[in-house]
Write a protein that binds this ligand. Structure first.
Ligand code: ATP
Ligand code: MG
Length: 339
């Protein structure tokens, strides 16, 4: 079916990738020296805020954007040495890409959108495989609908089924679950994880949602302004954010009010105490109900513009209101020193 892709070593190698594009305001450095590797069978998530270069990186990996400098290898093939034909062949034979916009053909039903590319690839069981793929993403009841008759989330899942049905060795997904509601997203994340493992698929997926990345990925690549801030397992990244950017991206407080030097501390690592007993006090600026607890936003006093978030259990004697002055204390052992 597909050509063997792997002969030991990492499946994907990115070495010092730079992408510089021209714009009216002069050249823009979109990727600035990206290097990492992906092992066969690994699921790697590329996370980062909007505009950090995630989609551009996928375009480079898919051979759709030529880097200004650096080397990309997929299964030992150096993409820079392949002509357009070679790249197209590599993509057809081994790589599946699900773009941020779904690229469905509007005049074909969901089933045809998935089956026709398989048929063009001479798959004899194209329609069965397509129906199976659509069932796997929860769309067994939408086979004969046209894209215009499907919701955004349903269209996204058709695109996902189309990529999966082609049984690529390397699957790349750009915000594959972005258009889905929370419950559906959580269910699909669990199912995708099982599917990836069962197929032994190597996959790279882009998201700006770190919860999704934690649930689905073996490793995370955290990007910011075209650079990598941290590479690590979900546990590594969550327990030891490498710097203030990563900590803030994960929703941690970054503060120097409680210790010498800057530390990262999660909202559950700060607790409220009586003002009289507190070394650090502040004013509550927002109070948000977060199911298991209340999340308080607090402007700290005496610390220039420092703002932290603290969790307060629902059974707390009296959850302070906006405007209340509170004492804030660091839970022992909760702070992670930052460089
Ligand atoms: N053709 C282009 N010319 C100039 N700048 C571009 C071009 N394409 C993308 N950019 C810029 O490059 C940066 C990275 O874009 P990219 O689409 O890779 O971000 P992203 O991380 O995928 O963001 P999002 O989460 O919003 O999808 C953005 O600031 C974008 O405006
Ligand atoms: Mg993008």
């Amino acid at each position: 079916m597909t050509t063997p892709l792997h002969s030991g070593g990492p499946l994907v190698v990115l070495h010092e990738i730079h992408v510089t594009l021209g714009s009216a305001a002069g050249p823009v450095n979109i990727l600035r020296g990206i290097s990492f590797e992906v092992g066969a069978g690994e699921t790697v998530s590329i996370v980062g805020p909007s505009g950090s270069g995630k989609s551009t990186l996928l375009m480079v990996l898919g051979g759709l954007e030529r880097p200004s400098a650096g080397r990309v290898e997929i299964g030992g093939d150096d993409l820079g040495r392949l002509g357009e034909d070679g790249l197209a062949r590599l993509r057809r034979a081994r790589i599946g890409i699900v773009f941020q916009s779904f690229h469905l053909i509007p005049t074909m039903t969901a089933l045809e959108n998935v089956a026709i590319p398989l048929e063009l690839g001479a798959r004899r069981d194209a329609f069965e495989a397509a129906a199976e793929g659509l069932a796997a993403v929860g769309l067994a009841h939408r086979l004969t609908h046209y894209p215009g008759q499907l919701s955004g989330g349903e269209q996204q899942r058709v695109a996902l089924a189309r990529a999966l049905a082609a049984a690529p060795r390397l699957l790349m997904l750009d915000e594959p679950l972005g258009a889905l509601d929370r419950a559906l997203r959580e269910r699909l994340v669990t199912e995708l994880r099982a599917l990836f493992v069962r197929l032994g698929l190597t996959s790279l997926f882009v998201t700006h949602d770190h919860d999704e990345a934690f649930a689905l990925a073996d490793r995370l690549v955290v990007m910011h302004e075209g650079r990598i801030e941290q590479v690590g397992t979900p546990v590594d990244v969550w327990q030891r954010p490498a710097n203030a950017f990563v900590a803030r991206f994960l929703g941690w407080n970054v503060t120097h009010a409680f210790a010498d030097g800057v530390v990262a501390v999660r909202a559950d690592g700060l607790e409220l105490v009586e003002v009289a007993d507190a070394r650090v006090t502040g004013t509550v600026t927002a109070r948000t109900f977060r199911r298991e607890h209340f999340l308080l936003d607090v402007d700290l006093e005496g610390v220039e513009r420092e703002h932290v978030q603290a969790e307060v259990p629902l059974d707390h004697v009296r959850v302070p209101d906006v405007g209340a002055v509170v004492g804030v204390r660091l839970v022992p052992g909760a702070a992670v020193p930052l460089p």
